[in-house]
Design a protein around this ligand. Sequence first.
Ligand code: C2E
Ligand code: CA
Ligand code: CA
Length: 402
Amino acid sequence: MPSATAKHKILLVDDDAFVLDVMRQQLTQLGVTDVVAYQQADGAVDALKADLEAFDLVFCDLQMPGMDGIQFIRELAGIQYKGALVLVSGENTRILQTAKRLAQAQDLDILGTLDKPTSIKQLSEILQAPANPREFAKSRDARISASELEHAIESGQLVNHYQPKVAFQDGALVGVEALARWQHPTAGWIFPDRFIPVAEANGLMDQLTQTVLTTALGDTRKWLTRGLDLHVAINASMQCLSDLSFADRLFDSAQHFGAPLERLIIEVTETFLLDDRVAPADILTRLRLRKVGVSIDDFGTGHSTLTKLRDIPFNELKIDRGFVHGASRDPELGSIVRASLRLAEQLGIRTVAEGVEDADDWNFLLDAGCDLAQGYFIARPMPAGQLPAWLHEWNARPANSI
Ligand code: C2E
Ligand code: CA
Ligand code: CA
């Protein structure tokens, strides 16, 4: 049977010859015959160094004498391996998950993780999985120039998609978050993880944020005329919040579009440390005084810390998706989520769980007392025009579906 998986060129790395044999046989049964196996990771690294494109899929064991799986991951990142990686282990899932995060943090494209002994079913699922389109887009062209991005902003190639935030209690739509996307004329959709860093490094964040803001205000008006009264959140990195004119410009834009300030939320994201601690606090406090919502994004990661909570009058806390998805199955994530919710409750701050991906996440967060849900379980980010149809469908969901 010719199959879509047959085209893979696979590299297996495991110190156990028996495991390699079994996996090779399983892959053969799935129609994949282009398989090379190494019992030592350094041999595999040498093979990739000799020809980086010799393999498009690597299966790697974690527990190996000599170079172990974590060192192997580091080597793959070092030689800028662009194919996909699957981690295989007999270790506990927490180690496997941590290894996965480590690999992702080094920009490797992880197709999945496998428990030993591997089964044909598991392998077949992995081989069918489409490579993450985002990672694909990222590796396809890693470089975006500042002038290209500036042109895109000026010529309207930057569009907003919106992701719903719904109440856990009754599922009611409360608001949306605007997420920037670049509709590139030839490369297709480009996601913010690729262009936000370019904007930040080249002083384009202000221009980008203003574009996202005015588009969001315009869309909010359009929804309002259709009877949809929603909060709209935009993301502002700390870099925008170092310019004291930010607040006044925001007030002017809102007035221009006739958007009530209490419908706007600024989600504060931070990707680098800022020396100036006064300007952001000045701006955000003025926004709060005029009833604009101020949200601490990705709480618990990076610089989204208790210090920030102390210094800025946030009225919303978004628990990072890294803690939310899987919280029902992982006691440590569960504890972090519950503690964050309790903290917010004591501070009188509304809570949002981002990254609610399945019914388990939903039920756990509902039970833990979180206010709002956002994530693929509810809806993916969508163009403004699709929101009314999505809402219609959402409101028509069977009563027992969540
Ligand atoms: P964020 O503010 O944490 O936004 C949420 C991200 O999580 C979005 O990715 C969204 O598509 C994704 N997401 C939503 N639900 C789920 C889910 O259930 N599971 C998973 N795994 N992911 C989910 P996106 O749009 O690629 O944005 C990435 C980040 O880029 C944002 O993270 C935000 O920090 C930044 N960003 C996006 N638009 C803007 C913008 O206009 N200005 C600024 N300053 N940053 C932006
Ligand atoms: Ca956000
Ligand atoms: Ca977030």
